[in-house]
Design a protein around this ligand. Structure first.
Ligand SMILES: NC(=O)CCC(=O)C(=O)O
Length: 266
């Protein structure tokens, strides 16, 4: 199964509409792939908090329209990264869209862990409440978004729901690049699953982006890693490798659940 990760540069001098069209062309160029992946909030920029309200769109808004068509034109499964979604009831969400090769929206994952502590996304957006998996013909994907990478229980939940590969769009800062690479590999190793982590490039809202999108196999080997600039990573995934890794080193079967809490110290 061939996957392409498009590490998009978010340049504040490019309009959101222009970037949508440019990225759609990049998706169409990947017609040899089975799965194409885009980063988190690439239309607006993950740290461009002041633009979130203005650029918010309904689920079936402009990004949906352009990306649905791009998926259909290329005939690929498309994880179109995330958008600032405005729910009809009011709240904003950081929502990832996944399209089938026919251009149908097959999953909309609302980011569960919002980044920013007491500001930015954490106060401007509502949290998602549901895990999301997508069954492709060859592999089941489990979805996470950026800061979610720091919460191993989310990925374990996805494994329990059948995930064999994780797709994590991100807008991760250069300042914490070491965490990004380490966490992507850790989530792959501990869950014996592929990790496809796709970040943004460039600098927006004064935050330099790490780039360094990365694909890790179920044994923890790095199959491909991007540099800092806009770049496309193309990798071959072998679904059998997940089964073989889990069969030959069955650590997931040794999980002990429901452990007793520590006794109160005397
Ligand atoms: N957009 C994000 O979720 C950023 C996460 C981040 O910078 C971090 O976890 O560190």
């Amino acid at each position: 199964m061939r996957a392409s990760l498009l590490q998009i540069a978010v340049d504040p001098d490019e309009t959101v509409a222009d970037r949508r069209e440019r990225v759609a062309e990049l998706v169409r160029a990947e017609r040899d792939a089975d799965l194409v992946v885009l980063p988190e909030l690439w239309p607006v920029g993950a740290f461009a908090y002041e633009s979130f309200a203005d650029e918010a769109e309904p689920l079936e808004g402009p990004t949906h329209e352009v990306m649905s068509k791009a998926a259909r034109d290329a005939g690929v499964w498309l994880h179109a990264g995330s958008i600032v979604e405005r729910d009809p009831d009011g709240p904003l969400y950081n929502t990832s869209l996944v399209f089938s090769p026919a251009g149908e929206l097959v999953s909309a994952y609302r980011k569960i862990h919002r980044f920013g502590f007491d500001k930015g996304e954490a106060v401007m957006m509502a949290p998602g409440q549901e895990l999301a998996t997508v069954r492709l013909p060859a592999l089941t994907l489990g979805l996470g978004t950026c800061y979610d990478l720091r919460f191993p229980e989310l990925f374990r939940g996805l494994v329990d729901a059948g995930a064999q590969a994780f797709v994590v769009p991100a807008g991760w800062p250069e300042r914490r690049r070491a965490h990004w690479t380490l966490l992507a590999r850790a989530r792959a190793v501990e869950n014996q699953a592929y990790m496809l982590a796709c970040g943004t490039a460039g600098t927006h809202a004064d935050v330099e982006q790490a780039g360094h999108s990365i694909v890790v196999d179920p044994w923890g080997e790095v199959l491909a890693e991007a540099g800092a600039g806009e770049e496309t990573l193309r990798v071959e995934l072998d679904p059998e490798k997940v089964t073989v890794t889990r069969d030959q080193f069955p650590a997931l079967k040794d999980r002990l659940l429901g452990l007793a809490p520590p006794r109160t110290p005397r």
